[in-house]
Design a protein around this ligand. Structure first.
Ligand SMILES: NC(=O)c1ccc[n+]([C@@H]2O[C@H](COP(=O)([O-])OP(=O)(O)OC[C@H]3O[C@@H](n4cnc5c(N)ncnc54)[C@H](O)[C@@H]3O)[C@@H](O)[C@H]2O)c1
Ligand SMILES: O=C(O)C(=O)C[C@@H](O)[C@H](O)[C@H](O)COP(=O)(O)O
Ligand SMILES: [Zn+2]
Length: 359
């Protein structure tokens, strides 16, 4: 098992990564709790819920299963989960376990952040993408007008990543999660970027390097969130590719394009803007070709209206007074924040659609 410690403002927590951890959760939890509520989704539950439940002995356990998918990060689903907490008499000494991908982590984490003004929760990620979402304490639900607009910072008390669960992950979800690995490579590890984008994700051999890529991604994320937990400075860099990515997700309708698929297009756009505004040398053609070969749905952008996307980008959490701030790259491994004016953004997005996305 691999382990690293993250120092959050209120507490430190361990990220433990290994095979079969779902069978030993009970003995790995550091504290006694009055109640444990496992929150998971309808696809993960039949695969792993019993294993986790079985490992927890001696504490009353409740389980809540919600329909899988991005649409669950909604007000109505959030309210249902809070109702389940109240009906099951969870108290301030209770623990929530978020068993699943980023949707479960963000939603259950937001419930934990707000129920009785905040109770403990453990992240048990089961997707590649959740190497990112389970670390750092950002929890949120979506609003029809924008991604993750309702949320909080609430760090987990532990992250238990059973990488054996990734064996059942469908290929398109593995691919989706790789967008965040590539993002972490762009931000702080060009070798990781080059290594990941020189492989075929459909190849069986990816499982041999996957754990290494996940560990590298987690280490980069951990280092950033330790330095800037509440995103007043360098944490904004973790949003590389998300200014357009989030706009695509909400404009297309949550769940029509996965988070990772949208971020992949957003990464290409961030590279394009970096090339145009900073004269940065960016591997745009290589990344575009690699994403296409892996089957990322790159054509979704052509069906989305530029001015609607720009309006959505103006509502991004990094924007101030409607001014869009994007994370750009001076070179791979060197992120920088930059304001992009509305007219320029519209022009760049139109040119990006024509020059890059219609090849
Ligand atoms: N909080 C953060 O820092 C952060 C970071 C990145 C992304 N996110 C959020 O994460 C979400 C995306 O997460 P995701 O891609 O994990 O999506 P997800 O949680 O919807 O999981 C993707 C699909 O895979 C299924 N699944 C999960 N684990 C499985 C397994 N082991 N085997 C088979 N099927 C499995 C799920 O049921 C779902 O259908 C987005 O809402 C995004 O905004 C948050
Ligand atoms: O942890 C962060 O900070 C990130 O930006 C990581 C992103 O991959 C993630 O999608 C995050 O949820 C986006 O945050 P948001 O503040 O733009 O909603
Ligand atoms: Zn993301």
């Amino acid at each position: 098992m691999k382990e690293l410690s993250i120092h959050a403002s209120n507490h430190s927590y361990k990220v433990q990564i290994g095979k079969g951890l779902r069978h030993t959760v009970g003995s790995m939890i550091a504290k006694d709790y009055s109640h444990v509520m496992i929150i998971t989704d309808s696809q993960v539950a039949p695969l792993y819920l019993e294993d986790v439940k079985h490992s927890l002995t001696g504490t009353p356990i409740d389980t809540v299963i919600f329909p899988a998918g991005e649409q669950a990060k909604s007000m109505s689903q959030y309210e249902e989960l809070l109702t389940a907490c109240i009906e099951n008499s969870l108290d301030r000494k209770s623990l929530i376990i978020a068993l699943g991908g980023g949707v479960v982590g963000d939603l259950a984490g937001f419930v934990a952040a707000t129920y009785m003004r905040g109770i403990d929760y453990i992240q048990m990620p089961t997707t590649v993408l959740a190497h990112d979402s389970s670390v750092g304490g950002k929890v949120a639900i979506n609003h029809p007008l924008g991604k993750n607009l309702i949320g909080s910072f609430h760090s987990p008390v532990q992250v238990l990543y059973d990488v054996e669960t990734l064996q059942t992950l469908p290929y398109h979800e593995l691919r989706s999660g790789y967008a965040e690995i590539i993002k972490h490579g762009c931000l702080d590890d060009p070798d990781l970027f080059h290594d990941a984008t020189s492989r075929s994700l459909a190849d069986e051999a990816i499982t041999e390097v996957l754990e290494d890529h996940l560990l590298k991604g987690i280490a980069i994320k951990a280092s950033v969130v330790e330095q800037d937990e509440k995103e007043t400075g360098i944490r904004k860099y973790l949003n590389l590719g998300h200014t357009l990515g989030h706009a695509i997700e909400s404009e297309a309708g949550y769940g029509h394009v996965t988070h990772g698929e949208a971020v992949a297009i957003g990464l290409l756009f961030a590279m394009y803007v970096s090339k145009e505004k900073l004269e940065a040398s960016m591997p745009i053609a290589n990344l575009y070709a690699w994403l296409g070969k892996q089957g990322y749905p790159l054509n979704v952008l052509t069906h989305l209206d530029t001015s609607s996307l720009v309006d959505r980008m103006k509502k991004d959490k990094k924007s101030t007074s409607g001014k869009v701030n994007m994370v750009l790259l001076e070179e791979l491994g060197k992120p920088v924040m930059m304001e992009v004016k509305e007219t320029e953004l519209t022009e760049l997005l139109n040119r990006f659609k024509e020059e890059v996305m219609s090849c």
